[in-house]
Design a protein around this ligand. Structure first.
Ligand code: FAD
Length: 467
């Protein structure tokens, strides 16, 4: 069999790349080592975590805020088995959806581990050990990433776990110790805190979500403490963890060099993810690696071997599903002779806690570092009529604009449903809008989106109306 393009890996990078290649008339194959399509994002990442975040949010609201809304419930309890089973159903329906899209676009799907025999020949080894080989003109490597683990802290998948196990626990932890105050730890911590677990976050840095604008982490930390009772220990370097079958002990060193011990029943290790290239046999094709286990690529996402591309978590840049998707489309269009472009500065980042956190563009810290003249405008949700109506008054929208031209340089939000609201900021910045442009656009009332308009009004001569 001979293909124009073979995609290795069926995550959001791989399957989107395959669809775009097929749309552009290329005979396309996709290889996935598991027997379901969708990769990390669909099976053990974005989608299951959001399914559990939604379920746990319903429970938390029912037990904490319904009463104030005038809704009284008796004997409210969690059926974790049903919650996990609903999550599995959501995954299954999306797995089926991707399989349908492969069929619709006439993409051949191969299940098995893909590895290079040579630059143009790929071997597919199925679980049963059977193998077959296909010929291909070009290859897109989209093999994604795996959780990073600490060499001195073995993950036993029982009580010392990664996000993958945390998405399918059989009981609600009493006390979960989370190593790492990044996006995944805070999201999964929120799930179990809402269901009744005590959450302790042990973080090496001096803030949670430290790569985002510092104002966001500060506000999120305050709200998670207030609403879910999160405990945070910053500047603590974890040195080990043990599991005695019922409980875990995590040890860390504080800034004074003292050893601090945390005791709980689960320890979630969420310190990041690393690119995954195991079993690809890249040497057979002559593909060179870059730094930190990533595949080295140029601006067109082409490796050192012409015709072999790599996208998504396995290459440099943010480890995000939508970044992988954009890269999949870029590579397909580049192969077809088009001139696609990705503005990496405008890839939004989102944390699906409550309140949600979202950002795009430069942070205030980055602008200071660049020495760029900028101005800020902020609007708090406590001044929003819509937020008052839903009792979601924590958070704010902060807009950073160029001091001289008024062009929006960064938007940083924390508040209700802002994971969707950030799209307005991306659109505005993609068209290089000024804060004044957005400030003059009509925003429906009452909506959370009005906070974006008000923050832009605040950034242009401090003329926010409702504060
Ligand atoms: P992946 O999705 O990792 O897919 C790679 C695929 O390649 C896998 O299916 C793997 O089995 C397959 N593969 C690997 N090697 C081979 C081989 N040799 N042969 C055949 N197949 C192979 N991102 C967001 O944008 N939003 C979120 O809300 C979000 N939430 C997340 C929550 C969690 C808990 C986690 C863990 C991640 C989350 N992410 C989120 C990150 C997101 O999942 C990744 O950025 C995204 O999946 C990367 O896509 P990808 O296509 O590069 O790789």
């Amino acid at each position: 069999m001979k293909y124009d393009v073979t995609v290795i890996g069926s995550g959001p990078g791989g399957y989107v790349a395959a669809i775009r290649c097929a749309q552009l008339g290329m005979k396309t194959a996709i290889i996935e080592k598991y027997n379901v399509l969708g990769g990390t994002c669909l099976n053990v990442g974005c989608i299951p975590s959001k399914a559990l975040l939604d379920s746990s949010e319903h429970f938390h609201n029912a037990s904490h805020t319904f009463k104030e809304h005038g809704i009284e419930l008796d004997n409210l309890k969690v059926n974790l088995e049903q919650m996990i089973s609903r999550k599995a159903g959501v995954i299954k329906s999306n797995n089926d959806g991707i399989a349908y899209l492969m069929k619709k676009n006439k993409i051949d799907v191969f299940n098995g581990l893909g590895s290079f025999v040579s630059k143009n020949r790929i071997k597919i080894a199925s679980e049963s050990g059977e193998g077959q080989e296909i010929e291909t003109e070009k290859v897109i490597i989209a093999t994604g990433s795996k959780p990073t683990v600490l060499p001195f802290l073995p993950v036993d998948k029982e009580r010392i776990i990664t996000s993958t196990e945390a998405l399918g626990l059989k009981e609600i932890p009493k006390h979960m110790i989370i190593i790492g105050g990044g996006v995944i730890g805070l999201e999964l911590g929120s799930v179990y805190a809402r269901l009744g677990a005590k959450i302790t976050v042990v973080e090496f840095m001096d803030a949670i979500i430290p790569t985002m604008d510092r104002a966001l982490g500060k506000e999120l930390q305050r709200v998670l403490k207030k609403t879910l009772g999160f405990e945070f220990f910053f500047q603590h370097k974890v040195t080990g963890a043990t599991n005695d079958g019922k409980n875990v002990k995590v040890t860390a060193e504080n800034t004074k060099g003292e050893t601090v011990t945390f005791e709980g029943d689960y320890c979630l290790v969420s310190i990041g993810r690393k690119p995954y290239t195991e079993g690809l046999n890249l040497e057979a094709a002559g593909v060179q690696m870059g730094e930190r286990g990533m595949i080295a690529v140029n601006d067109h996402l082409e490796t050192n071997v012409p015709g072999i591309f790599a996208i998504g978590d396995v290459v440099r840049g943010a480890m995000l599903a939508h970044k992988a998707e954009e890269e999949g489309v870029l590579v397909a269009e580049y192969m077809a002779g088009q001139k696609p472009h990705i503005n990496y500065n405008l890839i939004p980042g989102v944390v699906y806690t409550w309140p949600e956190v979202a950002c795009v563009g430069f942070t205030e810290e980055q602008l200071k570092e660049q020495g760029r003249a900028y101005k800020t405008g902020s609007f708090p949700f406590k001044a929003s009529g819509r937020a008052k109506a839903s009792m979601d008054t924590d958070g704010f929208v902060k807009v950073l604009a160029d001091k001289n031209t008024d062009e929006i340089l960064g938007v940083h939000m924390i508040g209700p449903r802002i994971a969707d609201l950030i799209a307005e900021a991306v659109t505005a910045m993609e068209f290089r809008a000024s804060a004044e442009d957005v400030a003059r656009m009509s925003h429906a009332h009452p909506t959370y989106a009005e906070a974006m308009k008000e923050a832009c009004l605040a950034a242009t001569e401090n003329r926010a109306i409702h504060i």
